[in-house]
Design a protein around this ligand. Structure first.
Ligand SMILES: Cc1cc2nc3c(=O)[nH]c(=O)nc-3n(C[C@H](O)[C@H](O)[C@H](O)COP(=O)(O)OP(=O)(O)OC[C@H]3O[C@@H](n4cnc5c(N)ncnc54)[C@H](O)[C@@H]3O)c2cc1C
Ligand code: FES
Length: 270
């Protein structure tokens, strides 16, 4: 019998690739039938096809998943993602997953999700899963970018409720950064818990805001990875658990952490 509760090693077909903006694109893969249901925050560890020099897999959060497809949102960053952007539809992709922890289910709590860049993936997926089962009024997603084109308005299916945008240059939505928008939201309405995912400087600002407002904060981190399964410890981050300083792996203990456990001033910025 197939065990759908554990990560596995899979092959999938690239069904569709769609540019969202100059730097961002979607990859829609076929979902292997025995793939465990990914949680919002979990990721797949994908091999860049073709070239042997890319022996390290690349981690990508799940943006969406249904019975037949698995969708990723990717920003072109270095050599690996540049190749992925140019892959033809029909390409065979090798991945391990789903890996890592997820944002917690919090029935009845009012969650404010704060995202930037590809940090959209787990926060959007959480919303999609939640809208199938629970009251979406309890979940508000704030998404920020430098400028309107990086919000991919018009190129992305934003048909979810309770989403607000910010742009640093004021070309769309709230004028300012997404943390300032979060601060305004907290002043206007009750927020029990904050979720965040995005660039590390943004996460640090969200953590400072959550501390000031005494709001529980769960954060999804990135770090460079090798094995992706907790064995090599190349992805550890400093934490403090019960006043004891130690390390936790982003790939297995995370990527989602309780922000109070992290030693923010020593967190790597990658
Ligand atoms: C849990 C997790 C979820 C992620 N989800 C997404 C996502 O949904 N969409 C997306 O576009 N990106 C995501 N990333 C970042 C993504 O993995 C990197 O942008 C990507 O690996 C860069 O590969 P590259 O070959 O283009 O870049 P290069 O800079 O050429 O990569 C060189 C090496 O550094 C590693 N690396 C570089 N940047 C990062 C980074 N930010 N995080 C981790 N490893 C890095 C690469 O994996 C590779 O091993 C995620 C990272 C983590 C840890
Ligand atoms: S990547 Fe090996 S332990 Fe996290």
């Amino acid at each position: 019998m197939v065990d759908r509760s554990r990560p596995g090693h899979y092959n999938a077909t690239l069904l569709e690739k769609r540019d969202l903006s100059e730097r961002y694109f979607l990859m829609i893969l076929s979902r292997p039938p025995d793939l465990a249901d990914p949680g919002p925050g979990s990721f797949i560890h994908l091999l860049v096809p073709g070239e042997k020099r890319f022996f390290l897999r690349r981690p990508f959060s799940v943006l969406d998943c249904d019975e037949s497809t698995l969708t990723l949102i990717i920003v072109e960053k270095g050599a690996g993602t540049r190749i992925m952007r140019r892959l033809p539809v029909g390409e065979n992709l090798d991945f391990i997953g789903p890996l890592g922890s997820s944002f917690p289910e919090l029935p009845g709590k009012r969650v404010l999700a704060v995202g930037g860049g590809v940090g959209l993936a787990p926060l959007y997926y959480y919303h999609r899963l939640m809208s199938a089962t629970r009251d979406t009024d309890l979940y508000r997603l704030l998404y920020g970018a430098r400028t309107r084109t990086d919000l991919f308005i018009g190129n992305f299916d934003w048909s979810i409720e309770n989403v607000d945008f910010s742009t640093d240059d004021g070309t769309y939505g709230f004028s300012g950064n997404v943390v300032q928008l979060a601060e305004r939201e907290i002043e206007r309405s009750q927020v029990d818990v904050i979720f965040s995912c995005g660039p590390t400087p943004m996460l640090k600002s969200v953590a400072a805001l959550a501390r000031t407002k005494r709001i529980t904060h769960h954060v999804s981190l990135e770090n460079r990875m090798a094995c992706g399964m907790g064995a090599c410890r190349s992805c550890v981050v400093p934490v403090r658990i019960d006043s004891t300083a130690c390390h936790r792996t982003v790939c297995k203990d995370g990527p989602v952490f309780n922000a109070d456990d992290l030693v923010w001033e020593e967190l790597p910025e990658i």
